[in-house]
Design a protein around this ligand. Structure first.
Ligand SMILES: [Zn+2]
Length: 387
C-alpha cells in the first residue's frame, strides 16, 4: 500500500468543543473533592455518564476506606475489544474553595488560595468530551470502560479497594500525568514507606546519665551510616521525619523516624529497606537500645513494553489527532517517579500506561492547565476508542 492510500485510510478525529470542555472543567473544579470527601463530585459525574448513555455503578470502596463515596465504574457499549480509561476524582489539600480562571492566552489558573484541581479534573473532562466526540460524529468505537477512582492521592487506596474483575479491558489509559498532552509513562516505581521506633531508657541527664540509653544517639548513629538522596539512577531514599525526646534534662528513651524508598526495581527497594533495618538494629544494639520496624509497600513498580498494543495504539492515536511527535523532544514514552492508579491496575493484570493530560505545577497553588491541552486530550481519548 502506498503512502497516499495509508493516509486515506486514517481516521481523522473531529475537533472538540472548546467552549464546552472549558465550562465543564470550571464546573467540576468548583466542587470540593479532597480525598475521602468525593461524594458531591461523584454524584455529578454519575449523572453525566448516565446522560452519555453509559451504564454506571458505584462500588463500596467508600465504606472500605472510610470515604464519602465509592469508585465509579461505567460502561459504554461498542464493537471489538474493550478499552479502559481511568482518572481520579479526589484532589490534594488545600483543595477547598477551588476556582478556575480562564485567561486570554488559553491558560486556566486557580485562585491562588487552593490548588486548581486540574489533577485530575483535566483527565476526567478529557474522557467525557472524548466520548461526546464519538457520539456526536456517530463514530464506530470499541466498548469503553471508565473507572473514576476515589482517594488516589492517598496512595491509590480507592483503586486498591476496587474489584478489578469488573474490568473486561486488558489495556488501560490512566489520564494522570503532568505535562503537555502527547506523552505516556510506561514505567513507575515501587514505593515503600518505613517507620522505625527506637526505644532506649530514660534517666536524669544531670544526676545519672550513665543509667540512661539515649534513643536519639542510636538513631543518629544509624542515619550517619546510610546514604540518602539518589542512591542510583533508579532508586531514591529519604528519611523525611524524625521525632524524639521530651525535655533537656532527661536522656531520651524514644526516637521515631519515617522514611521512604522508591525504585524501578521492586526487589532492590525491598533490599534497601532490609539493609536500613539491619543498620538501625546494629547501632541501637551498640548503645543498648531496641528497635521496632514497620514497612508498607504503598505501590509496586511496573514497566510496560513499548511494543505492546497499548503503546502502539497510543502512537497511532497521536497520528490520528495530527500530533506528529517532535523527535527533538525525545520519545513519547517516559518514566515517572510518582505512583498512580496504574500501579494498581498493573498488579491486577491490566496493561496500562499513564497519559499526560495537560496539568502543570500540580499539588501547588500555581497549578494550571490550558484549553488547548483539554481539547487535544479529548481528541486523543476519542482516537484511542476507535483503534
Ligand atoms: Zn493525579
Amino acid at each position: 500500500m502506498n503512502r497516499d492510500a495509508n493516509e486515506m485510510k486514517k481516521t481523522i478525529i473531529p475537533a472538540a468543543d472548546g467552549k464546552r470542555i472549558t465550562e465543564e472543567f470550571c464546573e467540576l473544579v468548583s466542587v470540593d473533592s479532597e480525598s475521602l470527601q468525593e461524594k458531591p463530585i461523584a454524584e455529578i459525574l454519575k449523572r453525566k455518564l448516565e446522560e452519555l448513555g453509559c451504564s454506571v455503578m458505584e462500588d463500596d470502596a467508600g465504606e472500605k476506606i472510610g470515604g464519602s463515596s465509592g469508585n465509579i465504574f461505567a460502561l459504554m457499549e461498542g464493537e471489538g475489544s474493550p478499552v479502559l480509561f481511568s482518572a481520579h476524582m479526589d484532589t490534594v489539600s488545600p483543595g477547598k474553595g477551588k476556582e478556575a480562571r480562564v485567561m486570554e492566552d488559553g491558560r486556566i489558573l486557580g485562585n491562588g488560595e487552593a490548588v486548581l484541581g486540574a489533577d485530575d479534573v483535566a483527565g476526567i473532562v478529557e474522557i467525557l468530551e472524548g466520548i461526546r466526540i464519538l457520539k456526536e460524529n456517530n463514530m464506530i468505537h470499541r466498548p469503553v470502560e471508565i473507572l473514576l477512582t476515589v482517594s488516589e492521592e492517598n496512595f491509590c487506596r480507592g483503586a486498591g479497594a476496587f474489584d478489578c474483575s469488573n474490568i473486561k479491558a486488558t489495556e488501560a489509559y490512566v489520564l494522570d500525568l503532568s505535562g503537555p498532552v502527547g506523552k505516556a509513562a510506561t514505567r513507575a516505581p515501587t514505593l515503600i514507606l518505613f517507620r522505625i521506633k527506637v526505644t532506649g531508657k530514660a534517666a536524669h541527664a544531670g544526676f545519672e546519665p550513665e543509667n540512661g540509653v539515649n534513643a536519639i544517639e542510636a538513631v543518629s548513629r544509624a542515619i550517619s551510616k546510610i546514604d540518602q538522596g539518589r542512591v542510583d539512577e533508579e532508586t531514591t531514599f529519604n528519611i523525611g521525619k524524625i521525632e524524639g525526646g521530651s525535655v533537656t534534662n532527661i536522656v531520651p528513651d524514644q526516637c521515631r523516624i519515617v522514611g521512604e524508598v522508591r525504585s524501578y526495581d521492586h526487589e532492590k527497594a525491598e533490599r534497601i529497606v532490609e539493609e536500613t533495618e539491619r543498620i538501625f538494629r546494629q547501632e541501637a544494639e551498640a548503645v543498648g537500645a531496641s528497635v521496632e520496624v514497620k514497612t508498607n509497600v504503598l505501590i509496586r513498580a511496573y514497566s510496560v513494553d513499548e511494543g505492546s498494543r497499548v503503546c502502539k495504539d497510543f502512537v497511532a492515536a497521536l497520528d490520528m489527532i495530527d500530533e506528529d511527535p517532535d523527535p527533538s523532544e525525545g520519545s513519547v514514552f517516559v518514566s515517572t517517579f510518582g505512583g498512580s492508579d496504574n500501579n494498581i491496575l498493573k498488579t491486577r493484570g491490566i496493561n496500562g500506561i499513564v497519559l499526560s493530560c495537560g496539568m502543570y505545577n500540580v499539588h501547588s497553588k500555581e497549578e494550571y492547565t490550558t484549553v488547548e491541552d483539554l481539547e487535544k486530550g479529548a481528541r486523543l481519548v476519542a482516537a484511542l476508542c476507535c483503534l
